[in-house]
Design a protein around this ligand. Structure first.
Ligand SMILES: [Zn+2]
Length: 348
């Protein structure tokens, strides 16, 4: 069968193989036919050779961690043939650490977890794959293709889960949320903020393209420009750009008792001048919290499936700005300036 692969650590090794083996039954009882995979920055880093790890005993890593498929067979009866399904990306470490021991693999402490399409597990960019029931998430059939947004949605559900858990340290009545960065993660974070009844603001550099209207359709206020020019202090900031200046401005701008969730990954390697003492003073005197958030566990995946089911389908569909047939796979990994989410279409 066909599969999109790389040799991790080797830039330019992206290939579409025609003769990739069928998924082994050891991968799981549920056999799935791929519908689509979403593409994100992690895939591009793996293709550039910066990241990624092949499964033990092999050179090739199948890409794809944002999955959507249709169940072919499930002898366990967990799902029915024809059901829409997505695969949970991370599997717990084998030790396991205290968090993985209770299935909170998103909080793994020893880094020995594995991840489909990223770290030591084959990804979902292949025509068929298998899942164990505990890593399979069924989707509302009405979602169709937008079900491919489940993985990025699970990541922002986890971020919001932790924001509210942290908020409960005191009387917590957040009113305003600022999302920095209007890519797929930022826009989905804004969707979840609006579902939680918050007054939502989205900040991004783009003045053209679909981002302002997508934010507006959620009832959010869109700001193009810099964070320090905003005339209000948000109760919550979900930082999705990873841009060092934005990260620092977010920590300075958040309201007293505010929470800043860092959900974007910086590339590192650049230094900027800033007053660490002044930042410390603000964080201490205002009881502010800054924390990082990555990945998601089963609870978050289930909640993400519900959140997508409640969302406006047309809005979700408009996040998908390009569908690339498998035969033209390479172009899917070259994002254009107006792309939000690009998907590789296995049904074409
Ligand atoms: Zn662990």
């Amino acid at each position: 069968m066909r599969a999109v692969t790389v040799i991790p650590g080797v830039p330019g090794s992206l290939r579409l193989l025609d003769d990739y083996p069928e998924p082994a039954t050891e991968e799981g009882a549920i056999l799935v036919e791929a519908i689509a995979v979403g593409i994100c920055g992690t895939d591009l880093e793996i293709i550039e050779g910066q990241y990624g790890e092949a499964p033990p005993g092999t050179d090739h890593l199948v890409l794809g961690h944002e999955s959507l498929g249709r169940v072919i067979e499930d002898p366990t009866g967990t799902l029915q043939p024809g059901d829409l399904v997505a695969g949970i990306v991370r599997h717990p470490d084998p030790l396991p650490c205290p968090n993985c021991a209770v299935d909170e693999w998103d909080m793994c402490r020893n880094g020995m977890f594995t991840e489909h399409g990223i770290k030591a597990l084959p990804g979902f960019a292949r025509q068929r794959w298998r899942l164990q029931p505990r890593f399979a998430v069924g989707l509302d059939p009405a979602l169709g293709e937008v079900g491919v947004l489940l993985e990025p949605t699970s990541v922002v559900v986890k971020a919001w889960d932790h924001i509210f858990r942290i908020g409960e340290r005191s009387e917590w009545q957040p009113r305003t949320a600022l999302i920095t960065g209007a890519g797929p993660i930022g826009l989905l974070a804004a969707l979840l903020a609006s579902q939680r009844g918050l007054s939502v603001h989205v900040l991004d550099l783009a003045t053209e393209g679909p981002k302002p209207a997508l934010a507006g359709a959620l009832g959010a206020t869109y700001h193009a420009g810099s964070l320090d020019q905003l005339d209000f202090e948000p109760d919550v900031i979900v930082e999705c750009t990873g841009a060092p200046v934005v990260v620092l401005e977010a920590m300075c701008k958040v309201a007293p008792t505010g929470i800043v969730c860092l959900a974007g990954v910086s590339s590192g390697g650049r230094t900027i001048d800033f007053d660490a003492g002044a930042l410390n003073r603000t964080l201490v005197l205002e009881n502010n919290v800054v924390f990082g958030s990555v990945n998601a566990n089963r609870r978050h995946w289930n909640a993400a499936a519900e959140a997508l089911s409640r969302a406006d389908r047309t809005w979700l569909a408009s996040l998908i700005t390009r569908r690339v047939p498998l035969s033209e796979y390479a172009t899917a990994y070259s994002p254009g300036p107006k792309d939000i989410k690009v998907i590789l279409d296995f049904s074409a």
